[in-house]
Design a protein around this ligand. Structure first.
Ligand code: FO1
Length: 304
């Protein structure tokens, strides 16, 4: 079975790691709406998260960045800025680990002569990742959040600097980026398109907003990121509530209505299955480590 996963954030990337471990014929399309230039370097957080999970390098506990990371460059940079007395936006609320920095340097340098898709393929090669990892687009499309008081906040400011404390009235995807060169083909060629337990508005919405993406998807299975009325990790529960959605697997299923035909819910929500309009698969969806991710991936593939 050919599976194309739409991924963004930690939940989707964990499922990707599990599917790869389970020997799936896999392609991954990754959200780039969170991409940002930080201290002059092009950061593609969701692409790197998927790459690090697939390469076995991720810090599983934290869900982003490399294992056993050091922060010497990060700290030295802060010292230089403070000692210089120069007025500059340090962006030091966004931590860049020493070895992770090399990934951003590699990407930024190669982007002067190649597309994000090509640079990501080069990174896959360098990290020994054989699964095709496709950024959703080679063109910028930025996810921004509009607070209930009307302020526009960029994604990383909302997510990291403000620790997702802003009350959000709307999520916007700015730009008119086209899907990356092999994205629509990967969706059309798949026997099934799989959406992991990712944030529907912040991680999956930006991919679905690209021209032609929805139309290229035929069979689609999604996993609920809300379990027992709470987000597994991150702001999905608060964001859904402030956007007027029911904070439950039933609420997520409604967001995906018309796109998804099979919805995976956690065993703790088994009693909600009858309220969901699509076919459901009920299983333990928690993926605290690689073994659990492989088990969840196998259960979903067997259940499809
Ligand atoms: N998340 C944080 O909560 N704090 C950070 O300082 C931070 C730095 C960072 C650096 C590189 C990278 O690839 C990811 C990083 N993340 C950090 C995670 C990132 O904000 C999120 O993974 C996504 O953008 C949401 O999916």
């Amino acid at each position: 079975m050919k599976v194309t996963v739409l991924a963004g954030g930690g939940g989707g990337a964990r499922l990707v790691a599990g599917l790869a471990n389970a020997g799936c014929d896999l392609t991954v399309v990754v959200n780039t709406g969170d991409d940002e230039v930080m201290r002059g370097l092009h950061i593609s957080p969701d692409v790197d998260t998927v790459l690090y999970y697939l390469a076995g390098l991720i810090d599983w506990q934290r869900g982003w960045g490399l294992q056993k990371e050091s922060l010497a460059a990060n700290d030295r940079y802060r010292e230089l800025v403070v000692a210089s007395g120069v007025e500059v936006d340090m962006q030091d609320w966004f931590t860049l680990g020493d070895r992770d920095l090399a990934t951003h340097m590699f990407r930024t340098q190669l982007l002067t002569a190649a597309s994000l898709t090509e640079v990501t393929a080069a990174l896959c090669g360098a990290l020994g990742v054989s699964v095709p990892v496709l950024p959703m687009s080679d063109e910028p499309q930025r996810t921004v959040l509009e607070t209930t008081s009307g302020d526009i906040v960029d994604f990383q400011t909302y997510f990291v600097r403000h620790q997702h404390r802003d009350e959000i009235g709307a999520v916007r995807y700015l730009g008119s980026a086209r899907p990356g060169p092999r994205v629509l083909e990967a969706l059309r060629d798949a026997d099934v398109v799989l959406i992991g337990p990712s944030n529907p508005m912040l991680s999956i919405g930006p991919i679905l907003a690209l021209d032609g993406v929805r139309d290229a998807i035929s069979r689609c299975v999604a996993v609920s990121p809300i379990v027992g009325g709470k987000a597994i990790k991150g702001p999905a529960d608060r964001l859904m509530a402030s956007l007027g959605h029911e904070v439950s697997c039933v609420g997520v299923a409604k967001v995906y209505e018309g796109l998804v035909d099979t919805f995976v819910i956690d065993a703790v929500d088994a009693d909600r299955a009858s309220e969901i309009s699509m076919r459901t698969i009920v299983c333990d969806t928690m993926m605290p480590g690689p073994d659990e991710a492989t088990r969840v991936a196998k259960e979903i593939i067997d259940g499809i």
